[in-house]
Each structure stands twice: as structure tokens, then as C-alpha cells.
Design a protein around this ligand. Sequence first.
Ligand SMILES: [Zn+2]
Length: 166
Amino acid sequence: MRINYDLSELGAAARERIEESLTQAKILYLLDKETLSIDKSDEVKVDEIISATESIEEFFEAAQSEARAVRSGTVGRACELCGSRPAASLSLRRQVGMVIVMRQYEVDAVLCSPCAERSYVDFQKQTAIKGWTGVRSALMNPVMLSANLVNIRRHREQINQLRRSA
Ligand SMILES: [Zn+2]
């Protein structure tokens, strides 16, 4: 017995993701324009795949409408960690120095004041502890520490401006 799903409500990108997931799950399917046809025995798995894709779509739509509202100035940006406002962009870097390999971590996020300060302290601590092992790291570390300091100061100014204008 075959089950048909009408996927016309979903965007082309979502349909592509569903096809990808079906292929990965080794589910046999037929996609005729916007109608997906599968065997009844795969119904539960296909339901899962489609609902997962739908929630991703909803998430992106919500993020996009939020971004539109921010651009049009009707609402300020919210912190990516806790959702508070005001929030401003903050970019922090740290590195884990090893003798040969040097890894660098970077975050770029819109954060409210408490989350930004916490992330900043955390990054500076991590950099200070782990960052001194390799020779290259030792050279790069002060650069990163001061770049982070510059960025957190800029973040503080932006938050203050947002508070004044609110
Ligand atoms: Zn926050």
C-alpha cells in the first residue's frame, strides 16, 4: 500500500532536504512534482523526516522574520544565548596552542551584556591557560587577548548606546 504526501506547502529547499534524508535512510520513494509517494511500511520514518524538516523551516522562517523586524528598526536584536535585549554583536577568539598544531576558536554572536561579559571572561581565561604552550601561540596570544578586549569594549559601547536610545 502506498502513502502520498502533499509537499506543496514546503519550499523547494525543504523538499530537497527531505529527498536527501530519504535517500540517507534508504527509503524508496517517488516524488512527482510536489507529491511524495512511499510505501506504507515506511510511513513512521517518513513522518519523522518530514516533521524534522518542517521544524527546521519554521525555525528559519522565525529567524528571518526576526531579522526583517530588526532591519526595519521595529525591534532590537535579541541575545543568542538568553534572548534578552538589548544585545549587540561580539566576536571573540581564543586558541589552544599545541607544539605543532595551533587551533583557533572563534565565536561571533549577538549577545546581551551579561552573556557577553561571561563569554569574554571565559575566553580570556581559556586563552591565558591553554594558549601559551606553543611558540607560535605565545606570539599570537597577546594579539588575541587584546583583540578580545577591543571587541568587548566595543560591545559595551554598543549596549550603552542601545540603552540610551531605548
Ligand atoms: Zn544573554
